[in-house]
Design a binder for this molecule. Sequence first.
Ligand SMILES: [Zn+2]
Length: 373
Amino acid sequence: MTAFAHIVLATDGAARTGVLRTAHGDIATPAFMPVGTAGTVKAMTADAVRSTGADIVLGNTYHLMLRPGAERVASLGGLHRFMDWPGPILTDSGGFQVMSLAKLRKLDPDGVTFQSHLDGSTHRLTPARSIEIQHLLDATITMALDECTSFPATEEQAGVSMQLSMHWAEQSRAAFRPRDGYGLFGIVQGSVYPGLRAASARALTAIGFDGYAVGGLAIGEGQATTFAVLDATVPQLPTDAPRYLMGVGTPDDLIGAVQRGIDMFDCVIPTRAGRTARAYTSRGVFNLRNARFADDAAPLDAGCACPACIRHSRAYLHHLFKAEEMLGPMLLTWHNVQYYQDLMRSLRAAIADHRLQAFASAARAGWASEEPS
Ligand SMILES: [Zn+2]
């Protein structure tokens, strides 16, 4: 069995661009994965998500195990068929959302027992059960169960938590059933402590995974600390495997992390912002509720080819949000996902042409040109 072929086509400093070949198709890297929490990227059809250029979407194990249930999704042909996304899907392990959403959760050395936030029913997640659920969903990329160390944590707390995640990583690896074109990623933990991060990266490398994620970041530590952790972690990871920074981030975060060697990202920012009238554009972040857009006939972002920008004015988008029309969140989500995919495409081209630094400077200058709204 071979998991994935990961081909690095070009590098620029620590950044790299390439392709990850999976059972469900190729992923051009660096890649941004729109978050399809409960089997849908909120407010978008699967066709719309595809049209933005996204190669892969993310599904959430916690949500899908509770509703509609992993066994039901399996009996209906798997998550790809269920949500009309034949391309690659990455599922998280469920651990992060158990800790952030579930009621009455209790952690022990073998797993976590929790009550559903939906109906109060009791569930248990162990490394083996998390891997089994992700197998039932037919995830292209399965994530090991880990404990996302809360922030802030003392070095001692972070060390104990990281060791538990490494123990669970071993159990996750043992439970995973290898199939051609499918893979399992381990997750580096260790909070903000470089020594713990390096030790975690070495422990995961010794177990051996098909890709390596950096978890436990973008939870309040701030961008400078996120980048410092990446500087301490990425050099410890194998160069031939994909590297995934979980839950990050803003366009500026993505550029900085790509410059530090990250290949994959997911984040709710573009979709969540779209539902709350915030637009990410080449000229900065706009709040479309702002009265200054009421008579603005210009397109949202002149360089963008999404329907919100091609067919409508800023004034119309402003009107939709003021009138609380459903189309407002739909159009702005589409735009934000398009903007993120366009950014990744530009990053890939800039790395291939060895002009990443110049691209990053130009992008940041563009964001400053019209902000704040
Ligand atoms: Zn657009």
